[in-house]
Design a protein around this ligand. Structure first.
Ligand code: IDP
Ligand code: MG
Length: 138
């Protein structure tokens, strides 16, 4: 199994709540290697590319507004099966349902908003990872 890379974003809720270090430490503690890191004030254009698959969905505009609401910590982690491994560590999309022990399950909750604020993004395939790393680290 070859070494993979994945894009991890600590979303504005995580950065604003002071959880950037906690989130990154949990990924490092699992054993994955941090190979890129930057704090980004995203633009609408960048987010349109990043979330292209969600354009037109009811939560798309609230999602973009949320991602514009503060800085995002963008990181690339490396390791065997890191794409799947990080998704497992992050937990399911809805923080209420995300299993305890996961980042979203331990640190997130439903705030009654139109978009789920769930602390992190992780690429969902090798193709997505390559595309997304190109968007955030070009
Ligand atoms: P993922 O982040 O777990 O891969 P996606 O389906 O790719 O989930 O959705 C991107 C982001 O959009 C989610 O992380 C979450 O913040 C938000 N989102 C997804 N589905 C919904 C929904 O049904 N209601 C509200 N927000 C959603
Ligand atoms: Mg996704």
């Amino acid at each position: 199994m070859s070494v993979e890379r994945t894009l991890v974003l600590v979303k504005p809720d995580g950065v604003t709540r002071g959880l950037t270090g906690t989130v990154l430490a949990r990924v490092e503690a699992k054993g994955y290697k941090l190979v890129e890191l930057r704090l980004v004030n995203a633009t609408r254009e960048l987010l349109e590319q990043h979330y292209a698959e969600h354009v037109g969905k009811p939560f798309y505009e609230p999602l973009v507004e949320f991602m514009l609401s503060g800085p995002v910590a963008a990181a690339v982690f490396e390791g065997q099966r890191v794409i799947e491994g990080f998704r497992s560590l992050a937990g399911s999309t809805e923080p209420t349902a995300a299993a305890p022990g996961t980042i979203r399950g331990d640190l997130g909750r439903d705030w009654g908003l139109k978009v789920q604020q769930n602390l992190v993004h992780g690429s969902d395939s090798a193709e997505s990872a390559e595309r997304e790393i190109g968007i955030w680290f070009s």
